[in-house]
Design a protein around this ligand. Structure first.
Ligand code: 5AD
Ligand code: SF4
Length: 449
């Protein structure tokens, strides 16, 4: 029998990309073939994101295009996975009749059944959230490569007032440590060189007695030639034990994504972030003491309800004080069902846009300055492939996640760690010359210069 072909498009955060690999793992086990051509697929799935309104609008736009596909091939099943599932089930299936299938993030195990229901002409709907599902035993479908994600926990219990995640992805639950370490071993055997441990709030990872620091240490010990990254950390839960673990393991990157959201204590309280700016700055200071050279990135929201000019200037101030390597910056977007949705969205659109632009400009300037300071220094870079612009150059990344461009040469292979000297920098990219190959053993390496 010919295999059914499935095509999946993924939107949103890294967790969603990791989930797509779980979905493909489930479907492949059931005999589906994965294709990267929507036109030849029998099942087209969009793994969706609800975090801000513009994410949802993009997906509605894409569903509009897919309708033409369905006119030409009526038997095709079009489905929505992920965060929009629960929220928009009625809207998408009943009102707009746009899709045949809606499956939320905790029901992927049963996706094949729901697809069968949809093939038989009914709507396949599975949107229940679970307190226990972690997909521990599912082997994600991964193409060979250098970089992989492992999701180590699911859901979020923080309930920041602006955020839909606790509603779309449900309660926090952690995967079993041994199953994560097994997955690390498989990735090591397949030659992966960088693994990112993922969770909405990785610092609340807990498996029996093991916390996130224990998990990181266990993962880092599997193969010292694999760089370990992790995201996202909540400033309330980041422990000194974790900071020491990062500093003790050469192959855990000296890089922490630590969303601050706002520089104003009044706004942080309205956001239910549960820390103050003083606590946050203190944490940054401790991290810099314990992990010399550590860099930070952050998330910032401009124009949260009632944000005054003074609050905004406090956000500008925190960006100046911390000097982040990078930031993800957003305009506040009201999400139905959240606490903030009931607050008056009273910062005018143009004020939001202006504040966001000021934040972006300042961050770009700081990234530029930090990168300029790198000129003349040595770095260790993992070579990931040819540069986007030219195959005369390779592109790779430093421990602190900066993109580095080096001239391609026969002595360098993709997947090598190399030592480079930085000789030019923009706000987004470092340019470097090749200094030598690092001979990385599985159990001993210096991944930082
Ligand atoms: N509006 C704008 N930004 C948001 N984020 C989450 N919810 C919203 C929202 N309603 C941002 C936060 C979070 C990141 C993943 O997305 O900064 O850290
Ligand atoms: Fe959303 Fe806050 Fe949880 Fe992050 S910590 S996923 S922003 S509720």
């Amino acid at each position: 029998m010919q295999k059914n072909k499935v095509y999946i498009e993924t939107y949103g955060c890294q967790m969603n990309f990791a989930d797509t690999e779980i979905v493909m793992g489930v479907l492949q086990n059931q005999g589906y073939e994965i294709t990267n051509q929507a036109e030849e697929a029998d099942v087209v799935l969009l793994n969706t994101c609800s975090i801000r309104d513009n994410a949802e609008q993009r997906i509605y736009g894409r569903l509009g295009n897919l309708k033409t596909l369905k006119y030409g091939k009526p038997a095709i099943v079009i489905g929505i996975l992920g965060c929009m599932a629960e929220r928009l089930r009625k809207d998408l299936i009943e009102d707009k009749k746009m899709v045949d299938l809606i499956v939320g993030p905790d029901e992927y195990r049963r996706l094949p059944e729901y697809i069968d229901t949809a093939f038989s002409g009914e709507k396949g709907i599975g949107v229940r959230l679970s307190r226990t599902e972690t997909y521990d035993d599912i082997i994600p479908y991964r193409e060979d490569g250098l970089q992989a994600w492992i999701s180590v926990m699911r859901g979020c219990d923080k309930f920041c007032t602006f955020c839909v995640v606790p509603f779309t992805r449900g309660r926090e639950r952690s995967r079993n440590l041994n199953s994560i370490v097994d997955e690390m071993r498989q990735l090591s055997n397949r030659g992966f060189k960088e693994v990112t441990l993922l969770g909405q709030n990785v610092n609340s990872y807990l498996d029996d007695e093991n916390d996130f620091a224990d998990l990181l240490a266990a993962c880092a010990s599997v193969d010292r030639s694999i760089r370990i990254r992790f995201t996202t950390s909540h400033p309330q839960d980041l422990s000194d034990k974790l900071l020491y673990t990062i500093s003790e393991h050469q192959n855990i990157c000296n890089y922490i994504h630590l969303p601050v959201q706002s520089g104003s204590n009044r706004i942080l309280e309205l956001m239910n972030r549960t820390y103050t700016i003083e606590h946050y700055l203190n944490l940054i200071e401790r991290a810099r003491k314990i992990i010399p050279g550590v860099s930070f990135s952050t998330d910032i929201i401009a124009g949260f309800p009632s944000e005054s000019l003074e609050d905004h200037l406090m956000t500008i101030d925190i960006i100046r004080k911390v000097r982040y390597d990078g930031a993800y910056m957003f305009k506040y977007s009201p999400r139905e069902g959240t606490k903030a949705y009931k607050m008056d969205d009273d910062v005018a659109e143009e004020t939001k846009a202006k504040r966001l632009q000021e934040i972006i400009d300042l961050q770009r300037q700081i990234s530029f300055e930090i990168n300029q300071e790198q000129i003349g220094t040595e770095e260790i870079v993992l070579i990931e492939g040819f540069s986007r612009k030219s195959d005369q150059f390779y592109s790779g990344r430093t421990d602190s996640n900066k993109i580095v461009i080096v001239p391609a040469s026969e002595s360098i292979k993709i997947g090598d760690y190399i030592k480079v000297k930085i000789n030019k920098a923009s706000s987004a990219t470092l340019f470097a010359s090749f200094e030598g190959i690092i001979d990385v053993q599985k159990d001993a390496l210096p991944l930082t210069a």
